[in-house]
Design a protein around this ligand. Sequence first.
Ligand SMILES: Nc1ncnc2c1ncn2[C@@H]1O[C@H](COP(=O)(O)OP(=O)(O)OP(=O)(O)O)[C@@H](O)[C@H]1O
Ligand SMILES: [Mg+2]
Length: 227
Amino acid sequence: MQTAEQTKDESLVWRTARIPVKHWGRGVDAIDQMHPDVQAVVEGFINTWRQRYIPLDSTMAQLPEDRSFVGKGLLLFGNAGTGKTTTASAILTTIRRTYGAVVFFVPFADYVQALIDHRNMRDLYQATGDEYAREKFLALQKLLDKVLTCALVVLDDMGKEHHTSSGFAADVFDALIRGRHRNGRPTILTSNNKPGDWDKVYNASMQSFITEACEVAAMAGRDHRRA
Ligand SMILES: Nc1ncnc2c1ncn2[C@@H]1O[C@H](COP(=O)(O)OP(=O)(O)OP(=O)(O)O)[C@@H](O)[C@H]1O
Ligand SMILES: [Mg+2]
């Protein structure tokens, strides 16, 4: 039995990680009926975590012999209601509990919007000296830094963000996923788009890179919401 204080402490972890409240405290063990193929990929991800995430202050001796997992994340794709967000949240929870890693959850559309707001608030503050704009700018800066530097990040609902002709979302995604991968920080992506369609949603080079940066798990089966 947990004390009220412990419960409060744990809620702080999940709140800070921005995990959807519905999934707070539920690790992968709490998911029933996970497809065996998905389960194998998920368990493999968790068990090889120390080969995937390389803290920036690692010494040579701490680097894994096998470098093929370094910075390697997961792409969970499938139709609506197949449990992508649930599974991604559960992996964050289990990685946090097992390894104490700093984890973070963000819908990708929110990340793109935060980048736009960050730029606008900076411009507004520079033009007018408005204090609210400065505070908002600094708060957004913190959020953006977290997404870049946390040990493990979920980018939820890739492809649902607003797309402009300038290809802003594609560029943002490209920079983020390449930067995290380069620095030994895995990323979990969820999407309705199958990997073969990523050239249409983003671009051909991103489609190619994603297969290097992520293992792929197909979330098949029925829509749990209709069940
Ligand atoms: N293994 C499961 N068993 C029973 N219910 C589940 C399971 N996985 C997810 N659910 C429930 O099904 C619903 C949909 O799950 P979830 O939000 O994870 O789907 P999703 O694939 O992210 O959907 P979307 O594409 O719309 O974002 C939720 O209410 C969730 O709690
Ligand atoms: Mg979802």
